[in-house]
Design a binder for this molecule. Sequence first.
Ligand SMILES: Nc1ncnc2c1ncn2[C@@H]1O[C@H](COP(=O)(O)OP(=O)(O)OP(=O)(O)O)[C@@H](O)[C@H]1O
Ligand SMILES: Cc1cn([C@H]2C[C@H](O)[C@@H](COP(=O)(O)O)O2)c(=O)[nH]c1=O
Length: 432
Amino acid sequence: MNVRCSFEMAQSLRSALYKEWAKRVFAIECSSNSEPLYFALNPTPQGPWDENSCLHQLLTRAQTYSVCIASDNKITGAESYVRLRDQLSRLPERCRVMELMAFSPNQQGSLIKGFLIQDDQHLKETERVLQELVRADGQTALCSYTRDDGGRIWQRLRLLTAGQEREVSCNCICRADRPQLHPSVLNIKNSVIFCKYEDAYGVLAECVGMVPKAKDILQLADQCDRTCRKGPFPVIAIEGLDATGKSTLTEALRNSIQATLLKSPPDCIGHLRKTFDAKPPPVRRAFYALGNYITASTIASVSEKSPVIVDRFWHSTAAYAIATEISGKVDNLPPLHHELYQWPQDLVQPDLVLLLTVDAEERVRRLERRGEMRTKEEIELEANSLFRQKVEATYRRMENPACVVVDASVSKEEVLRNALLVIKKHCDSEQT
Ligand SMILES: Nc1ncnc2c1ncn2[C@@H]1O[C@H](COP(=O)(O)OP(=O)(O)OP(=O)(O)O)[C@@H](O)[C@H]1O
Ligand SMILES: Cc1cn([C@H]2C[C@H](O)[C@@H](COP(=O)(O)O)O2)c(=O)[nH]c1=O
């Protein structure tokens, strides 16, 4: 496809996406631990606002813009979003950049991500950088916000049309209710959580041009047993945040119950982790998801001969993907029993999943002892991290099978003893 053709396709797609623009709800994330501010659009003037409201102040305090990326392809869309975030670092230093989401409430996959930019110095340079972004591709839309004499705020959407940047809509900002689910939940399924082998496989197949090594993983996946069965011996997955003692416990369990030790992603693709960790979220998460199916194939054969201990499995894949994708507070996670917390039907299920938990300070001490934490700032960041809380909360919400929590703050010997007690109790009750 030539450049002109792909540019035109991007433009027609973009027109389709922005046609419904005025029906969208917008969310601005001012900080990671506060509730987003929501607003909607209306082409006719809406009653003036309480000028003291947070949203009014936010949109009128400085020269305000927003930029969004529209794409119908989850891989290129995610790539463009990362690129846009990097490009915004070219803005003058004093500009404040916040995350912005435009979505259709309750409509899966409808989320368009972008940024709100505030420039309290009204610099020409800001406008220039933003216009350049719009001109550079057919995917970026730029909005500016203005206040009229009646105290109303208007959003003007500007797009590149036939080579010219033009205003294509102007809408008055009005109140919107907080949606039932945080908007970032809308784009998780099939984008970073793949509930079927084919979905993860499809993403890696699509990205072979971007990551040629994806071909090796697809070949390994092609050779896998996909029957979703396991042998008569128990299969136990060990989960938990980094440095909670998973490897220590899995090694100890191997010796105690003569188990075979496996992990996800398996060693055969472990050397590709760095490569995929640096790719856009859908590609990175498809790598981990497919890794589980490759491990599952080994579980099927090994559990015919011995108990199996798996160091991380699906629950890690889901917990890290959800916690990364859901911005802000722990409360923003999908509620209990949400479909994102369910085990994929085509992936072999462990008989038991142990979740190792360690208080934040002890976990930091362990990371330090391993030589991975250096500065005081890093330690503080790690100890207070919302991300860490969201990963653990997600683990605790996973279902079918749910995790059995094991306190791993105690000595290595005690952790092993407690884990063995849970395993014995669970496996005895399975047999009766
Ligand atoms: N119960 C324990 N008490 C004290 N130290 C422990 C305990 N369990 C593990 N450690 C130490 O904590 C560090 C992290 O343990 P380990 O490597 O087993 O964690 P992990 O969960 O496998 O980490 P990662 O997910 O990052 O690979 C190691 O230095 C280990 O010796
Ligand atoms: C299996 C798996 C892992 N990750 C992330 C979680 C951790 O931060 C790193 C390191 O994991 P390790 O195997 O314990 O060294 O990888 C992930 O994001 N998704 C996954 O499926």
